[in-house]
Design a protein. Sequence first.
Length: 131
Amino acid sequence: LLPFELQFFGETRDLAPQAGLPTFGEPGVAGQANLLYFTQGYGSAYARYGLNKYLTLLGIYAYEEWKSNHSFFPMFTNIYEYGVGLDIDGNEMLTGLSLFTRARILYWNDLFLARREMNVWDFSVGSSLSF
């Protein structure tokens, strides 16, 4: 049983033709030599809280961003993910059976081409048995 856990993670990646601090510029407009070819950013937060000896509540938030002016269609994509979960530890009650439930929604937003947008719902149940 873990009473409380909180994790944060983030990173950014850039690809430019030369070293130094690149700039992104306007979509579809040719830029100077330091114009970014591609950039990606990611961040997430994860929380876990033990409600009691048998139940653990989980939560996640994640954000990802993709940008590129150097593709056939410029890429300006944002992805958001929200999720919750519940773990049920039945080791003492059911001789080693544990259940894991997860639900999440993912929003894929394309700020340049709306036909590439989508939303995904997901629900899963898993189990483990140890004896």
